[in-house]
Design a protein around this ligand. Structure first.
Ligand code: HEC
Ligand code: HEC
Ligand code: HEC
Ligand code: HEC
Ligand code: HEC
Ligand code: HEC
Ligand code: HEC
Ligand code: HEC
Ligand code: HEC
Ligand code: HEC
Length: 454
């Protein structure tokens, strides 16, 4: 007999009390929904009683701050004794300085906006480009104007060419040096030798300058150091710059002396000191006086026929001079040679009015061509000097700028994994080093780590 499926019969099969009877599954769901939060609260309370705030933590702190992991209050503001997510600049400044960027900036972003912590064991100073481009993508200043590029979105996109290479500014140095000629093979070297000079014969960092120089005078001192009461004391590099970062200026004593002698008279073996004309003049006079005292026969000076005046009676074959006359005449000759030829080869000499001695124009060798960025030669040993300074191989004028442009940097510094870092912080400082103040923490080891109440 066929089964009749009426709605009534079906309705009778539904257990209307089903939801009122606690089944094992539902019993457990209920117990857990109450028990777990309660457990969590007990756990939090337990840590709370112990003063351990790590339970709220948003992630591991940066490596430098890892020791502060239990000390939330070192950075976080506490409101009425309760932890708050807010981080105040004052908290950071309690341990270290964060010097201002530029006096002309219109606002000062908070420390935490650039140095967001809890991102794992990263380097906190490796800030994102957006932290810089929030201002530099459309730069404005308090005074309204700026000499710097106004729109920089990234190093690879529209970062400007470096100022030293823009608009043919030239090199202000006054020392004559023909790079091309000095880098030829078979250059005439000391004592008639033939040599091939290399860049490091003339260019080394300050840290490497104390090693012997192939073409130096053996002392290695600069003119400035020899004149200075405290040799070596003067440093033109700002504090904090590694002594291997930049090349020290090439000096006569270290890099030219062996080939370019400052001999002034073939009778006297000594060369003049590489110094100002005021120091050189008495040196020459003293040397000549000593010479003539030892060689009085030289006071008989043979007649120079080329100096005979036409239509005049032929003078005697010899002139007999007093030592003073002899020294005077020889000094004039020696100084003519030095000022008009020897020194002039490398220097610009200034003859002022009827002054007896010329002035040497300041050498003006630039120590830093890109003062608004960082650079470090010691970190670029992976490529040869010429690969960045190709222009040095062909340069014939000291006024040539031999520096690499931004395209050279971009060939290594670009985005992607197989590249050198290309975010702003790699090449620029944010905190003005000149404004940096020493910071002294007021924490003691005991009150930072000893007690357990944050
Ligand atoms: C060295 C300083 C420092 C210490 C110590 C520190 N924090 Fe933070 N914390 C920060 C900074 C910076 C931020 C980011 C603030 C912002 O974005 O404005 C932050 C943010 C947070 C946030 C918000 C979420 C986030 O990731 O932005 C939480 C939650 C937090 N911290 C919890 C803790 C707890 C809990 C502790 C202690 C166990 C702690 N922090 C210790 C510096 C610190
Ligand atoms: C209890 C002291 C203390 C507090 C508070 C503190 N720091 Fe530090 N911080 C240190 C020490 C120590 C170092 C490691 C030495 C150094 O590099 O100066 C460091 C390093 C740093 C560095 C450089 C290291 C890196 O990873 O690049 C930055 C950036 C920094 N802190 C930012 C902050 C900021 C932002 C705050 C506030 C949210 C802060 N710090 C709070 C002690 C502290
Ligand atoms: C606009 C982003 C920005 C802001 C805002 C900022 N910093 Fe920095 N900070 C940097 C960059 C970029 C560096 C790495 C280059 C440098 O040293 O200037 C750095 C470096 C540091 C260092 C490491 C310096 C060293 O010598 O190792 C400390 C410490 C630091 N900042 C603390 C602070 C503090 C404290 C504040 C808040 C008063 C702050 N910073 C605000 C971007 C910022
Ligand atoms: C709050 C706005 C602001 C932020 C953020 C900012 N800058 Fe600047 N920056 C300025 C101002 C303003 C000047 C100065 C312009 C002037 O004086 O004409 C400047 C100048 C510079 C200069 C050229 C002058 C010099 O002394 O070197 C460089 C390079 C520079 N900033 C790099 C950076 C980098 C890198 C960052 C990110 C870590 C950054 N800036 C973040 C406002 C800012
Ligand atoms: C005989 C010594 C000597 C040798 C060898 C030499 N230099 Fe120089 N170099 C100098 C002197 C002196 C100056 C400063 C005068 C000037 O600006 O030309 C200078 C200046 C420079 C400058 C900065 C000037 C500018 O305007 O850019 C660079 C860069 C440079 N040299 C690179 C090199 C490289 C690379 C080599 C090797 C291929 C090299 N030099 C070989 C003596 C030398
Ligand atoms: C290894 C030997 C050697 C060293 C070191 C050396 N020079 Fe020379 N220099 C020469 C020779 C050789 C000549 C002549 C080259 C020629 O006429 O072809 C010369 C020529 C010159 C000239 C004239 C070039 C011209 O274009 O007429 C100047 C200027 C000069 N050197 C400057 C310097 C300076 C500055 C230094 C040190 C930074 C220096 N030299 C180091 C060997 C040297
Ligand atoms: C072969 C090239 C060369 C010759 C020749 C030369 N100098 Fe120099 N001179 C240099 C170089 C390079 C410097 C810069 C660094 C240093 O040696 O102190 C310099 C620097 C100086 C300075 C310091 C100027 C300053 O601003 O740093 C004086 C003064 C000076 N020379 C005088 C002389 C006199 C005087 C003569 C001739 C007797 C002479 N020099 C011959 C290469 C030469
Ligand atoms: C990765 C590219 C690169 C390489 C490789 C390189 N330089 Fe430089 N060099 C630079 C830059 C950029 C500057 C400008 C730095 C500044 O003055 O701000 C510079 C500057 C110089 C200067 C001028 C003084 C100074 O330090 O600012 C001399 C001299 C010089 N380099 C010589 C050399 C020599 C010698 C070598 C090889 C041992 C070399 N460079 C390798 C990029 C390079
Ligand atoms: C690979 C190195 C490098 C990186 C990355 C880099 N810069 Fe530069 N930047 C330089 C050099 C080098 C100069 C030339 C400095 C000078 O002329 O004194 C410069 C110059 C500047 C100037 C001065 C511009 C002018 O008008 O002369 C500003 C502003 C600047 N950079 C901002 C930035 C910002 C913002 C970023 C990140 C988006 C950045 N830079 C990334 C190397 C770099
Ligand atoms: C042949 C590839 C190469 C070229 C070209 C190159 N760099 Fe670099 N640069 C590197 C590498 C790799 C590092 C990382 C070195 C390290 O961390 O030890 C670096 C690091 C740097 C740093 C950070 C140095 C420090 O103190 O940590 C600066 C600034 C820099 N480069 C600027 C420049 C500038 C400006 C140019 C162009 C004139 C340039 N670089 C060209 C490969 C290159």
């Amino acid at each position: 007999m066929p089964r009749t499926r009426t709605t009534k019969k079906l309705a009778q099969r539904i257990d209307l009390e089903y939801f009122k009877r606690p089944g094992p599954l539902r019993r457990w769901a209920f117990r857990l929904s109450v028990g777990l939060p309660a457990l969590a609260l007990v756990w939090l309370a337990w840590h709370g009683v112990r003063g351990d705030r790590r339970v709220y933590s948003a992630g591991a702190l940066s490596s430098s701050h890892a020791v502060l992991t239990r000390q939330c209050a070192a950075c976080h503001v506490t409101q009425a004794g309760f932890f708050s997510e807010k981080v105040a600049d004052q908290k950071c400044l309690a341990c270290h300085d964060g010097a201002i960027h530029q006096a002309a900036q219109k606002f000062t972003p908070s420390c935490a906006s650039c140095h967001a912590d809890h991102r794992g064991t990263i380097r906190l100073a490796a800030t994102s480009d957006a932290d810089c481009t929030q201002c530099h993508a459309s730069l404005t200043t308090r005074r309204g104007t700026t000499a710097f590029a106004r729109n920089i979105d990234g190093f690879e996109s529209n970062h400007p060419e470096f100022a030293a290479l823009r608009g043919g500014s030239g090199d202000p140095g006054t020392i004559q040096l023909n790079h091309y000629r000095h880098l030829q093979p078979n250059l005439l070297g000391p004592n008639g030798s033939r040599v091939q000079m290399v860049c490091t014969d003339c260019h080394r960092s300050a840290a490497d300058a104390s090693a012997p120089w192939t073409y130096g005078d053996g002392t290695g001192a600069t003119t400035e150091e020899k004149n200075s009461a405290t040799p070596g004391a003067k440093s033109t590099m700002p504090i904090g710059v590694s002594p291997r970062a930049y090349m020290a200026p090439a000096t006569y004593a270290r890099t030219c002396a062996a080939c370019h002698s400052l001999q002034f008279d073939k009778r006297v073996p000594d060369a003049v000191p590489h110094d100002t004309p005021e120091k050189i003049h008495p040196f020459i006079v003293a040397k000549l006086q000593a010479y003539i005292a030892a060689h009085p026969a030289d006071l008989r000076v043979p007649r120079d026929p080329s100096r005979d005046l036409p239509e005049q009676p032929i003078p005697a074959d010899y002139r007999l001079l007093t030592p003073q006359q002899w020294v005077g005449e020889r000094t004039v000759e020696a100084e003519q040679l030095l000022w008009r030829k020897t020194c002039k080869q490398c220097h610009t000499l200034i003859f002022e009015g009827d002054a007896a001695l010329p002035k040497i124009a300041p050498s003006n060798i630039t120590a830093r061509y890109m003062p608004h960025a960082r650079f470090d030669h010691s970190k670029h040993g992976l490529v040869s000097c010429e690969s960045c300074h190709a222009a040095a191989l062909t340069s014939q004028q000291s006024s040539d700028v031999l520096l690499p442009g931004i395209a050279t940097c971009r060939s290594c510094h670009h985005s992607g994994a197989e590249a050198a870092e290309s975010r702003c912080f790699e090449c620029h400082t944010y905190h003005d080093p000149a404004q940096r103040k020493p910071a002294h923490s007021n924490f003691s080891v005991a009150n930072l780590f000893g007690s357990s109440t944050n």
